[in-house]
Ligand binder design. Structure first.
Ligand code: C2E
Ligand code: MG
Ligand code: MG
Length: 378
């Protein structure tokens, strides 16, 4: 391949650097717009490849100056091996691609070597994905509700809807197992709409049972913002289910705000304009760039469970918790703590002036009927 003939400066420079890393006689091919394959023959030791990967990654990460402008390139590498004659080149490339996907998911600038375990995990994910597609049509998803208590009154003021999947073989599957998968394959968009609709319908059922003032909180995935049409979807569901927007809370994560693009900003503005409240979930675990608290229309912060977990006694976690509560107060944001499991944690949060709490101390997330049964008679 003639690197000089390549119109894209980044690719050309990348290729130069790649060539500088490999041995004489190795082959580099460009297999896609920004994708290269390197064939290394006569290897004696797998560690040679690992060293080469490191060399490529650090070589590529050096900034490039093109016409006075600094350009940076990062790469991800997938590695697969075969011994002797290559019976099936496509298979070798497919395995390298599989490892490449893993490397990208683990956070760019890495390499990953193909293994049978990796194959098994990716087969399992594929299997889960098709089962999840069926779950949506077969009504195998359901919501549990975890009460939120106001610390001033001690009353249940609302609940967070948490998604569950009743799997025919695995039993109840938790969201940590399937939400990331649903995000990857785009299923989170229809699933997210289903969650919102069901949560709003359940809110109405609480009202019919006499629990008029509860709010319901629904978790949103960053993917739902990226996909677009979120505002219109929320508006439609609110209308269809005749839900008062003031009784809906949407929980988003810091990573969305970090993207700081006009898209998430305008979608959040649209949600705010409808009267829906927006809380920042898992607060403190992300990048904690505080400037976004001013830039984005946020109503409150949810202190992450990992800080509450070590309260009281761990001076760092205590300091962080205090700081988040003080920050919330200064910016006139509501502050709720999640994962409250014992009395000592609760006492500290009360003392510091936290507004609300959620956690196993009061209740685990419960299916609709059990949640209602546990509500104090209105
Ligand atoms: P999250 O929104 O931060 O939810 C809080 C998690 O903490 C829940 O886990 C809840 O069951 C758990 N939890 C609550 N109190 C305690 C406690 O006292 N101790 C401990 N150890 N854990 C407690 P869950 O239900 O497994 O949900 C995990 C995550 O999955 C959620 O974190 C949320 O990010 C995501 N998720 C759940 N439902 C949905 C959904 O409908 N849509 C999206 N996009 N994500 C969802
Ligand atoms: Mg949440
Ligand atoms: Mg959380």
């Amino acid at each position: 391949l003639d690197a000089g003939a390549c119109p894209d400066d980044r690719v050309r420079h990348g290729l130069h650097r790649l060539s500088a890393c490999v041995r004489k006689g190795d082959t580099i091919a460009r297999t896609g717009s920004d994708e290269f394959a390197i064939l290394l023959e006569n290897l004696h030791d797998q560690r040679e490849v690992e060293r080469l990967c490191q060399k490529i990654l650090s070589g590529l990460s050096e900034p490039i100056f093109v016409r006075g402008e600094e350009i940076s390139v990062t790469a991800s590498i997938g590695v697969s091996f075969c011994s002797g004659d290559v019976a099936d080149v496509a298979e070798l490339l497919r395995k390298a691609d599989n490892a490449l996907n893993r490397a990208k998911k683990d956070g760019r600038g890495r390499f990953c070597v193909f293994t049978d375990a990796l194959q098994a995990a990716s087969d399992e994910n594929l299997h889960m994905e098709s089962a999840l597609r069926r779950a949506i049509v077969e009504d195998a998803l359901f919501l549990c509700y975890q009460p939120k208590l106001c610390l001033q009154t001690g009353q249940v003021v609302g609940a967070e809807a948490l998604l569950r999947w009743r799997h025919p073989r695995l039993g109840v599957v938790m969201p940590s197992r399937f939400v990331p998968l649903a995000e990857e394959c785009g299923l989170i968009v229809p699933i997210g709409e289903w969650v919102l609709r069901r949560a709003c319908q359940d809110l109405r059922r609480w009202q019919q049972l006499g629990f008029d003032d509860l709010t319901v909180a629904v978790n949103l995935s960053t993917q739902q913002f990226r996909h677009g049409g979120l505002g219109a979807m929320v508006e439609r569901v609110l209308e269809e289910t005749e839900t008062d927007p003031n009784q809906l809370v949407l929980e988003i994560t810091e990573s969305l705000l970090l993207e700081d693009d006009d898209n998430s900003r305008s979608q959040l503005d649209a949600l705010k304009a409808m009267g829906v409240a927006v809380y920042l979930d898992d607060f403190g675990t992300g990048y904690s760039s505080l400037s976004y608290l001013k830039r984005f229309p946020i109503d409150g912060l949810k202190i992450d469970r990992s800080f509450v977990n070590d309260l009281p006694g761990n001076p760092d976690e205590e300091a962080i918790t205090r700081a988040i509560i003080a920050l919330g107060r200064a910016l006139r944001l509501g502050v709720i703590a999640e994962g409250v499991e014992n009395r000592a944690q609760l006492d500290l949060l009360m003392r510091e002036g936290c507004d609300a709490v959620q956690g196993f101390l009061f209740s685990k997330p419960l299916p609709f009927d059990e949640f209602v049964a546990a509500l104090p008679a209105g």
